[in-house]
Design a protein around this ligand. Sequence first.
Ligand SMILES: NC(=O)c1ccc[n+]([C@@H]2O[C@H](COP(=O)([O-])OP(=O)(O)OC[C@H]3O[C@@H](n4cnc5c(N)ncnc54)[C@H](OP(=O)(O)O)[C@@H]3O)[C@@H](O)[C@H]2O)c1
Length: 330
Amino acid sequence: MKLHDVAIVGATGLVGRTMVQVLMERQFPINRLVLLASERSVGKELNFNGTGVPVHALSPEKFKHCEYVLFSAGATVSKEFAPLAVRAGAVVIDNSSAFRMEDNVPLVVPEVNRKQIFKHKGIIANPNCSTIQLVVALKPLHDRFRIKRVVVSTYQSVTGAGKKGVDQLADEIAGREPAQHTFPHRIAWNALPHIDLFFDDGYSREEHKMMNETSKIMGERIRLTATCVRIPVTGGHSESVNIEFEKKCSVADVREILQQAPGVVVLDDPKSGVYPMPLNAAGKDEVFVGRIRKDETVTHGVNLWIVADNIRKGAATNAVQIAEALALGK
Ligand SMILES: NC(=O)c1ccc[n+]([C@@H]2O[C@H](COP(=O)([O-])OP(=O)(O)OC[C@H]3O[C@@H](n4cnc5c(N)ncnc54)[C@H](OP(=O)(O)O)[C@@H]3O)[C@@H](O)[C@H]2O)c1
């Protein structure tokens, strides 16, 4: 088996550390692992298969001989350094929003549009975390019943804001003044209908990401409206999803399709207390779906509750799956 040189930019962050973990767990065929972060992290080491791998300051020379560079250090870093990694001969898998909507950049969730991976021109974008878990469940249902319209409300984990988001919640719960205010208000014991900045149309950038990225990944316009809310949990994002279809659908059909869908686990026995929750999704790679029920207000509609670990399937695992497909060549 061919072994590959892989670099991770943002290796010390929540997503970067999880990428290292996922590469180990999935036994990605690695020859050399290059860990890159800011100057602040120089001197740190991360464990990879029992060996301490040093973290270096990000600089373009570090991309030499790397076949795959996984970026997870924010859009500003990606915009500056991803083209340099491509110039050095690597394929970039970028977790930030820097290139997602660019025409020549595939936006990929392998369970949904795997073939797009092989159309890349050097950069492949990993979608927004809330979008990834949504489309994994939407795609098989769209293939069968044709989506007319989707209404999503999210309940998003503080891990979506990186390490500093987790720290603010921990500080507030402990009664300490947070070292950094990442959220626009107190997050402990609160719910903020505010993720990222607001546009003039009243929607937030996170909501726009969900609306735009869903159509790009699905390869056709999907009519979707979103309300994104930050809540004081870790472990994963939850989504209340209302879908109206063109074709007749029964709850039994929807359940069966989801049970067979790649990457989906159905947890749906609410009377026994069985439904997806962020505490149970934490650390897992699957997208969990439950509370499957008919929406009686439209002719063909259902409601779903979808939960996934935003750091794993919503970021690190999806990126590593893309790298695996490239390494396999299929
Ligand atoms: N969290 C999620 O659910 C999620 C999901 C999908 C995508 N993403 C995206 O993934 C990226 C990282 O998210 P995260 O949650 O892992 O954030 P994080 O925990 O704050 O980590 C940020 C990482 O970026 C590094 N970094 C920051 N500025 C840098 C610079 N100028 N040069 C080099 N490295 C720099 C940091 O290094 P130091 O430790 O040295 O500061 C750290 O390794 C973001 O683009 C985010 O939008 C996150």
